[in-house]
Design a protein around this ligand. Structure first.
Ligand code: ZN
Length: 331
């Protein structure tokens, strides 16, 4: 028997039609005794069929997911659906409201805290509810990410290398259906505690994205999100219609050499922009000390050739920040 969660949904997951409601998470505090965190949720169901779980705001400063999912929740008609669509535009709702990556309540990074705990912190309780109550309902899971305030990405959909190759190929097929301008196969180096890992370990088809960054969304990145989520629902057999396919560039991030981490601090000069090619040993960025003239910059070189797919976004950088990510073309 499942231990209870303190989270109570105001929606019935088995009811046909459209329901807009909340996941109510009790959070008693100074400014609201017996108060609650109210996480918006929409359920759109039309009879038997597969279930898609669509999420944004896993990190609170990434916006393509929340925008595309708020629009979808308003627009999607049950008559066009076979099965069920569960939409949570802002999973880590306290972080989303604070425009922060992590929760202002407990500093929780929702994507590093799975499986969570029903008796833990607010962020752990959210993770636990997804782990034990929402993920088991889903056949296919789409989780939107972007770079947030400190990173900027080439727009890609991603699927992981998995031990179960049959599951991996179903995830890759869903990623290709999302059809972002770039399609990434990646080996996760820091997979413990991720929502991705929780979904994959339950055998689900899982697709994630990185659609931009800098703590905002562009018209282009939202168009990619809008089209991608519809394509994934059609691919899953839930939404009627034709998948809209455009050319995509296939990329892979196979190992640790993809990541360049800063070992100095100061002002960053990028030597390549997102999407540009770099050869092994060529400079990717220079970091100048901010407090003097006459000092040479520290030069950061690519450890492997490929495409620049992510960069540090703010103009200043610190030791330990992710400076750049390089991916290898697959075709
Ligand atoms: Zn994220």
């Amino acid at each position: 028997m499942l231990r209870p969660s303190p989270i109570r949904p105001s929606v019935d997951y088995n009811q046909d039609g459209v329901q807009h409601g909340f996941l109510r998470l009790p959070y008693s505090r100074d400014d609201s005794a017996w108060g609650a965190v109210m996480i918006p949720i929409t359920v759109i169901r039309n009879g038997e069929g597969p279930t898609a779980l669509l999420t944004g705001g896993n990190h609170g400063d990434e916006y393509e997911g929340p925008i595309a999912l708020l629009k979808l929740a308003n627009d999607l008609k049950p008559a066009k659906v076979s099965g069920r669509v569960i939409i949570v535009p802002a999973m880590n709702y306290p972080a989303f409201r604070a425009a922060r990556r992590t929760s202002p309540i407990d500093a929780g990074n929702l994507n590093r805290i799975f499986p969570g705990r029903p008796d833990g912190s607010v962020t752990e309780k959210i993770a636990d509810y997804f782990q034990r109550f929402l993920l088991p309902l889903a056949d296919i899971v789409l989780d939107f990410h972007a770079g947030g305030r400190t990173l900027d990405f080439l727009p890609f959909a991603a699927a992981h290398e998995l031990p179960d190759k049959e599951q991996e190929s179903r995830c890759v097929a869903a990623m290709e259906a999302f059809n972002a301008p770039y399609s990434m196969k990646l080996l996760e180096l820091d997979a413990v505690g991720m929502y991705d890992t929780a979904a994959e370990e339950l055998g689900k088809i899982f697709v994630s994205t990185e659609l931009g960054g800098g703590g905002s969304a562009s018209a282009r990145s939202v168009r990619i999100a809008d089209r991608g989520v519809r394509n994934v629902l059609i691919h899953a057999g839930i939404l009627e219609g034709e998948i809209d396919l455009e050319p995509t560039v296939r990329l892979a991030m196979p190992d640790d050499d993809c990541y360049i981490i800063s070992t100095s601090e100061g002002v960053i000069e990028m030597c390549r922009d997102l999407g540009e090619e770099v050869e092994a040993d060529q400079p990717v960025a220079r970091i100048y000390p901010a407090d003097r003239t006459g000092a040479e910059p520290v030069v950061y070189r690519a450890r492997m050739g490929g495409l620049l797919v992510a960069r540090h976004f703010p103009g200043m950088i610190k030791t330990g920040d992710c400076l750049a990510v390089i991916a290898v073309r697959q075709d």
